[in-house]
Design a protein around this ligand. Structure first.
Ligand code: ADP
Ligand code: MG
Length: 383
């Protein structure tokens, strides 16, 4: 699961120290009474990115988006768009539009009137509005449906009208708060790809709020993981998955095994830490970690279930070996997840991909299995 479906863009401006960010958030704090909704947040987003703010409910995502839009003023800090400080500007003076989860379509207006509403308010001539509306309808693949009313549309079509309306004024920056939240799971997955496709065609910078990690992984160029008003990590989907920087991120993104232990020593030549851990045969876990850590340091070691190899007999030498009995099997169609309990009481989750068609899980409850993984599959976390 959670493999990024979207390739990293050919250019990665965030790796270029000379690249100028399109959106710059500088030390933004926003409190509501005692709640730190945004706690000293700094973040750069580059032109053309599809950027996701990902976090659990109440982590401050919507507040940060509303500050970007200008619906909320920060207590301190600044927001710059294209080098201009917009912190004191009202929403309509910013080159920004926002798409709400509820869509907020006008029920008495046709689809075309909904899409053209903002253009009409801006005093655009009727002919130009008609052309732009048609262009937007084509963009969202609804060229024939301009005369319908919102209640004559499916949920997915209403979502596309809301998107067309948000893009009609050609904002430089589009903010989307849980844009697919009202759609059922299957439609949501299909719409994810459509939305990315449209974003690539119009080239507008998107900042999207979501609590759904698979959605963020599938759609985004980069993801900022938020927790309690702070940004914990900003990375590409692949880097977030492979190199989480904290336990929180490791557990939030995809399935993971976390082993607790203390550092025994560091092999500087191989860049490998030796960690005391009861869950492993021999009581030692080996994990690649270029930097030495002092002996005795408490660490968590994260290992993804799909990086663990399963054996029915004691395997030959391996960096890491754990043995235990199958306690739980989750059959998910494309994969099965086995929960293996070691003699020390630790639970290790392993994933088996089904390549051959079979209705039987490979292993059974109570089977003894040996699990191995290379030192390079393990990520050492100290926070
Ligand atoms: P998210 O979008 O990540 O779910 P929010 O940004 O909506 O989180 O909220 C972050 C925190 O700020 C929550 O504790 C929420 O209750 C609080 N909060 C947000 N807006 C307001 C408000 N207008 N008044 C009081 N508290 C608010
Ligand atoms: Mg929210």
């Amino acid at each position: 699961m959670a493999q990024p479906a979207r390739l990293a863009p050919a250019t990665e401006p965030w790796k270029d120290p000379a690249a100028r960010p399109y959106v710059r958030i500088e030390g933004v704090t926003k409190t509501f009474g005692k709640v730190h909704a945004c706690d000293d947040i700094s973040l750069d987003v580059y032109r053309g990115e599809f950027f996701a703010l990902l976090g659990g409910s109440g982590s401050g995502k919507s507040t940060l988006l509303r500050i970007l839009a200008g619906f909320e003023a920060p207590d301190s800090g600044r927001v710059l768009i294209d080098g201009v400080d917009v912190t004191a500007l009202p929403p309509y003076r910013r080159p920004v539009n926002m798409m709400f989860q509820s869509y907020a379509l006008f029920p008495h207006m046709s689809v075309a009137q909904n899409i053209g509403f903002g253009l009409k308010q801006d005093g655009m001539p009727a002919g130009a509005i008609r052309d732009r509306v048609q262009q937007m309808l084509e963009l969202v693949q609804m060229p024939q449906l301009g005369n319908r009313k919102p209640d004559q549309l499916s949920g997915g079509q209403r979502q596309r009208v809301a998107l067309a309306r948000a893009l009609a004024k050609q904002p430089k920056l589009l903010l989307l708060d849980e844009p697919l939240g009202a759609l059922d799971k299957r439609l949501r997955e299909r719409t994810q790809f459509e939305l990315v496709n449209i974003q690539e065609r119009v080239g507008t910078t998107f900042v999207m709020v979501t609590h759904d990690q698979e959605e963020a992984m599938t759609m985004s160029s980069r993801i900022a993981v938020m927790d309690a008003g702070r940004i914990v990590q900003v990375s590409t989907p692949a880097a977030l998955y492979e190199y989480p920087s904290t336990r929180f991120v490791a557990e939030f993104i995809g399935g993971i095994n976390l082993f607790e232990g203390r550092v025994l020593g560091h092999d500087a030549a191989a860049g490998i830490l030796r960690i005391a851990c009861d869950a492993l045969e021999g009581g030692v876990l080996q994990a690649r970690h270029p930097d030495p850590l002092p002996e005795g340091t408490a660490v968590s070691v994260a290992v993804r279930p799909e990086k663990v190899d399963v054996h029915e007999a004691a395997p030959p030498r391996a960096d890491n070996v754990a043995a235990g009995k199958v306690r739980d099997i989750a059959y998910l169609g494309d994969v099965s997840i086995y929960h293996v309990e070691t003699a020390s009481g630790a639970e290790v989750r392993v994933q088996e991909t089904h390549v051959e068609r079979s209705s039987e899980p490979h292993y059974d409850w109570g089977d003894t299995l040996w699990l191995t993984w290379p030192a390079t599959a393990a990520v050492v976390l100290t926070a």
